[in-house]
Design a protein around this ligand. Sequence first.
Ligand code: TYD
Length: 192
Amino acid sequence: DPGRGTSGIEKSIPVSGKGSCQAEPGDTGDEQDAVLEDYETIEGSEEIRGKKRKMNIQLMEFPRHMDEYGSLVPIEASDSVPFDIKRVYYIYGVEKGVRRGFHSHADLEQVLICVSGHVRILVKTPWEEQEIFLDDPQKGLYIGPMVWREMFDFSGDAVLLVLAGDHYKVEDYIRDYNKYEQIARQYFTENQ
Ligand code: TYD
């Protein structure tokens, strides 16, 4: 398994404008708690027209209990992740070549954890996009509101576990990219 342990930002692509976005997984080790305190102030921000835009994402690393019997990663709502978990779902059995997601959420916060195998996540705002490779059950990708996401390159054994801050609400989805761009520009202008 050549990709194991290399979770992180694979590419960092400014979509337009100046500057670049670079998110680092954070220099956390096994013994450290999840990165929580600065999840809102991700490095992946870009100065555009004098305003700080933020990507609203953060890679986090959960502590692991490993012994001769194997590994255990506990996740506590509000402690390990920055919201109360109201829903859990997982995506698996995704065929090669399938790309899914293609939406943003207006309010929902989520943490994506690839608990088996590997997957790539494209996260995108009107200003920048990043591709994140998840292949480590200890790593979580926090995605806040108003971030467009697409999931692809699922390995055959991939299980993508998602922790969500709210129940399933159809009205929270934004599935039209043009509409997303319009709403996102307003959102980031008002919230940054
Ligand atoms: P969808 O959100 O379209 O998946 P993705 O964005 O990952 O491609 O969800 C697929 C189907 O599952 C869709 O019919 C809605 C349903 N669904 C639920 O019923 N509850 C949930 O919590 C989620 C996330 C999806």
